[in-house]
Design a protein around this ligand. Structure first.
Ligand SMILES: C[S@@+](CC[C@H](N)C(=O)[O-])C[C@H]1O[C@@H](n2cnc3c(N)ncnc32)[C@H](O)[C@@H]1O
Length: 334
């Protein structure tokens, strides 16, 4: 399951999807099962092929998309305070593991300040994109052993044994893409993966003004719309689908009752679509639910943290509490 860094600074391996065809079959089964539902739905993890990862990077540069720049601006201070905190805890070496690492922009300020990181492992479902980002990171941090792993963080992950203290890193409020039950499962699994006496540094988006939330997921340059529709392009290409993208529109709404942004693709007409030989009917106005982004008050999120066996050690809030970063600690045995 693991390889050593060898002669190259970046070492790649697949942590829980050993065969590409297994992933392809899962994609097909999940898509067909999702399109058979009364409320059609697709998992947001399927946004992220190479093109989807590029669209996400473009979203991060949008004026409307406050989560990216807000979290990024918090991280240098967070990392400086972590450096002091870990000194006080007599932690002198850290094995840093990033879940959903994407373009690795967020880990840079952490690595710049947190000198006790001795090894970095980046996990993402978008393998080629992660590999390229890891090679770039290795140029900036030539002495740091870096491993890039293509894998699904909702599946069991086994880390190579290390003498360093494990610390997970899960920025971008990607945890908000899970419903609260799935978020609890993720937090429990992360605790098992990272082991006892480990830490988890998490970025979590907060509840706020509805317009600000909806603008962040429905930008005026339609980049998020292209990101959302890319899942249909991917289905057409990889599963022999015949979605006509011009017959679907991007929708992003804040569901206040559930505290989540919902992204959908809405059919503009009555139509039928074929995927992998199976036909699906769409009524005009019917949607495919493609993503949730749950927003949490810090205390509300703390209930999940405690239920999963973690303890919140530190909380950083951006101005006007528009984003939160927190450090969790797992003290007890797993
Ligand atoms: C919202 S983006 C966040 C990217 C980056 N961490 C940041 O904060 O800017 C979510 C990232 O998680 C990855 N991802 C989504 N679902 C995943 C899964 N099930 N397993 C592994 N990676 C996943 C995506 O490829 C993408 O890079």
């Amino acid at each position: 399951m693991h390889t050593s860094a060898g002669s190259s600074a970046v070492c790649a391996w697949q942590n829980n999807n050993k065969k590409g065809c297994k992933m392809d079959n899962e994609f097909k089964e999940d898509v067909l099962a999702g399109l058979r539902l009364t409320q059609k739905a697709l998992s947001p993890k399927y946004f992220y092929d190479a093109q989807g990862s590029k669209y996400f990077d473009q979203i991060c540069q949008l004026e409307e998309y406050y989560p990216y720049r807000t979290e990024l601006s918090l991280l240098p201070e967070v990392a400086r305070e972590l450096q002091d905190y870990f000194h006080q805890q007599s932690v002198d070496s850290i094995q840093l593991v990033e879940f959903g690492a994407g373009s690795l922009h967020k880990v840079k300020p952490v690595l710049q300040e947190l000198k006790m990181v001795k090894e970095f492992i980046a996990i993402d479902i978008s393998g080629a994109h992660l590999q390229a980002a890891s090679e770039e990171l290795a140029e900036a941090f030539p002495d740091l052993p870096i491993k890039a792993a293509q894998g699904d963080f909702t599946k069991p992950i086994e880390l190579a044994p290390s003498d360093a203290t494990p610390m997970g890193f899960f920025p971008g409020s990607t945890i908000g893409n899970f419903d609260p039950g799935e978020a609890l499962d993720f937090l429990r699994n992360a605790r098992t993966t990272l082991g006892k006496d480990s830490y988890l540094l998490l970025g979590v988006d907060t509840k706020k003004d509805q317009q600000m939330l909806e603008d962040a997921y429905d930008d005026s340059s339609n980049v998020t719309a292209r990101f959302n529709k890319n899942i249909l392009t991917r289905i057409n290409r990889e599963l022999n689908g015949n979605f006509d993208l011009s017959q679907f529109e991007h929708v992003a709404i804040y569901n206040e009752e559930l505290g989540r942004i919902e992204m959908h693709l809405r059919s503009l007409v009555d139509q039928q679509v074929t995927v992998a030989g199976e036909t699906f009917q769409f009524k005009q106005g019917e949607t495919i639910h493609t993503e949730n982004s749950y927003k949490y008050h810090p205390d509300e999120f703390d209930e999940l943290v405690t239920a999963a066996g973690w303890k919140r050690e530190c909380l950083w809030l951006a101005p006007d509490a528009i984003f939160s970063v927190m450090l969790l600690h797992s003290k007890e045995d797993n």
